[in-house]
Design a protein around this ligand. Structure first.
Ligand SMILES: [Zn+2]
Length: 601
């Protein structure tokens, strides 16, 4: 074991040699502080102990007032601190001012805690790698198993990714944050405690702008971020026998691979109005962490886990209703439905005078039956006895460090949206493009291919044209053919730029474009060459168009007479006939012009 321990420590410390200067500075600072460290820790422990005592006293006080105060039951550090607003509300008992009957209007209070698994080379405090789906207990070491005599060593990459997400969520990054031990027993937690951040989280006071889907009316919502803190994950229990859940299993197998993997827990303010906003929030958060490459954001592999707290109260009442936690939603859609279901369920119970049936519990989403069901009732209040982690120094992130992390960050979804809106793209196209990082890159490459051409030729703006073709016909082809990205198309960005240029420049009509696209998608190649080979260039010579118009008028003498005797609606008929006669090649504007001259004669 000693050997293993040494090896791991070496791996961890070699990664520390790359620490940037401010980390070295903070490490020095900590050395100096070491002599007073123990005294400080004792002091901090004492402070934390007093805080806990105060909290317990406060809880006991409010617990005597009403059942609803059970809402102060705390599970995570995030919740515990987030409760400041809720706790305040518990001190105000205005329930009597808001009697509930069948006609009462309710408003929901919804808050979300999301655990984002950070995509880092190693776990948070040791040199172990982690990959989802590896054989059980093959990615562990004495440090993440909490063997006596081992010490955690914080990975710089974990801090960097945490700061990146914090900055993207407009959070204030604490110059000094600290780690705490959260102790509880559960078979998936080999150490018997989890290293987390309790009262000094890495990130706090942020917000995120959430864009609601166009098909649901669009619009934006701003959601406050209370805090985001670093912590380590627990292992995983695989329940065997029965129907695979903990209550029916015959036994459970513990896989500790995930123990010690770095998480960022993000806690929101209760700013959501409905399930759709929650779903939009989850999706935007996932886009952000994916753009940052800070997490793969896969819901079904547990790299992003959302727990939602829902309660309802009569509109205007200060005291919050009893809070119910909903878990295990494996899609954002399911999340939206689960929340809307829960709001409805709670309102109904209150209106029927069965409010006391709403208890503090964890419910899970039953996708098959489209409803939430009780998973476990919360019995009593968990007390995790947080105290500052004695094996880790406070984490120092200087302003210069944060500024540097910010500088290295890629363009984020919201910034891309603003850039595309400035190009005049419709909201629907913007939404589709920003959904996928590859699509954004591909689209930008089409535009830059066009601008490098424009220096030689006439300058033509193809932004809208390209967005339209890409988000409709091209994306449909990518999906139908099950291609991974638009880069797997036979047409490259240069060729698509050329295609859009031909249309925008009036050399072919949109109709011809649509006709030749399938062939281009199958065989690739230059759109201009294909158009020339097939003789599909738009006819823009007035003399030729004049001929076509004359021919159409000669072929339809009856309609012409009707038109001239006042039935001007027939204009559309003639336009269509001219375009058909030209094989779709006649320049529409010019055709219209020349047709009108001839019709009015
Ligand atoms: Zn390890």
């Amino acid at each position: 074991m000693a050997t293993m321990n040494n090896t791991t420590t070496t791996t961890a410390s070699s990664s520390l040699t790359s620490l940037s200067s401010h980390f070295r500075r903070s490490a020095k600072k900590n050395e100096i502080n070491n002599s007073t460290k123990e005294a400080t820790i004792f002091h901090q422990r004492e402070e934390t102990r007093q805080q806990h005592q105060q909290q317990r006293r406060r809880r006991r006080r409010s617990a005597t007032t009403t059942n609803a105060s059970a809402a102060s039951g705390t599970k995570t550090a995030g919740e515990q601190l987030q409760l400041s607003a809720l706790e305040q509300s518990e001190l105000i008992d205005d329930t009597e001012d808001f009697p509930i009957d069948a006609n009462t209007a309710f408003e929901p209070t919804i808050g979300i805690e999301t655990h984002v698994q950070l995509q880092t080379k190693t776990k948070a405090f040791c040199g172990c790698r982690y990959s989802y789906g590896a054989n059980a207990n093959t990615q562990i070491c004495p440090i993440c198993m909490g063997h006596p005599g081992t010490y955690p060593k914080l990975s710089e990459e974990v801090v960097e990714k945490g700061v990146q997400i914090g900055v993207a969520l407009n959070c204030k990054i604490r110059e000094v944050s600290k780690f705490d031990r959260k102790q509880y027993f559960y078979p998936d937690l080999p150490k018997g405690y989890q290293i987390s951040q309790f009262d000094e989280p890495l990130c706090e006071h942020g917000n995120i702008k959430v864009v609601l889907p166009v098909e649901e009316g669009g619009g934006e919502a701003t959601i406050g971020i209370t805090r985001a803190h670093l912590e380590e994950d627990a292992g995983k229990l695989n329940h065997v026998g029965g129907s695979g859940n903990v209550s029916t299993a015959t036994h459970s197998l513990a896989d500790y691979n995930r123990a010690g993997v770095a998480l960022l827990e993000i806690v929101t303010e209760p700013d959501f109005k409905n399930g759709k906003e929650v779903s939009a929030y989850g999706q935007e958060l996932r886009r952000i962490v994916r753009y940052l490459k800070a997490s793969d954001g896969n819901l079904n592999e547990g790299s992003m886990r959302c727990d939602v707290n829902v309660s309802v109260k009569p509109v205007g009442r200060k005291r919050f209703g009893t809070k119910v936690e909903v878990k295990n939603m494996n899609s954002f859609n399911a999340m939206a439905r689960a929340i809307d279901y829960e709001i409805e369920r709670q309102e109904k119970l209150y209106k029927e005078g069965r409010g006391d049936e709403i208890v503090q519990e964890t419910r899970t989403w039953d996708d098959q039956n489209q409803r939430t069901v009780t998973m476990r009732k919360k019995e009593g209040l968990a007390d995790y006895r947080y105290f500052p982690e004695p094996d880790l120094n406070p984490l120092v992130c200087s302003q210069a460090y944060v500024a540097n992390v910010r500088k290295e960050m890629p363009e984020l979804p919201n910034e891309i949206r603003d850039r595309y809106k400035a190009l005049g793209l419709p909201n629907g196209d913007v939404q589709v493009l920003v959904e996928d990082e590859n699509l954004v890159r591909f689209y930008d490459e089409i535009l830059s291919a066009n601008s490098s051409r424009s220096s030689e030729e006439k300058e033509v703006n193809i932004s809208k044209q390209a967005a339209n073709w890409l988000t409709n016909d091209l994306l449909a082809f990518v999906k139908n053919e099950k291609l991974a990205t638009p880069y797997d198309l036979k047409l490259n960005p240069e060729e698509i730029a050329e295609f859009c240029f031909l249309i925008e420049n009036g050399e072919i009509s949109g109709k011809i474009g649509k006709d030749i696209l399938p062939e281009l998608l199958l065989d690739g190649g230059s759109p201009r060459k294909l158009v020339e080979e097939k003789g599909l260039m738009q006819i823009s010579d007035p003399k030729e168009i004049e001929k076509i118009v004359q021919k159409v008028l000669d072929m339809n003498p009856n309609q012409l007479e009707q038109y001239r005797s006042g039935k001007t609606k027939l204009k559309g008929f003639f336009v269509g006939a001219c375009l058909r006669e030209s094989g779709g090649r006649a320049n529409p504007t010019l055709t219209d012009e020349i047709l009108m001259q001839n019709l009015e004669e």
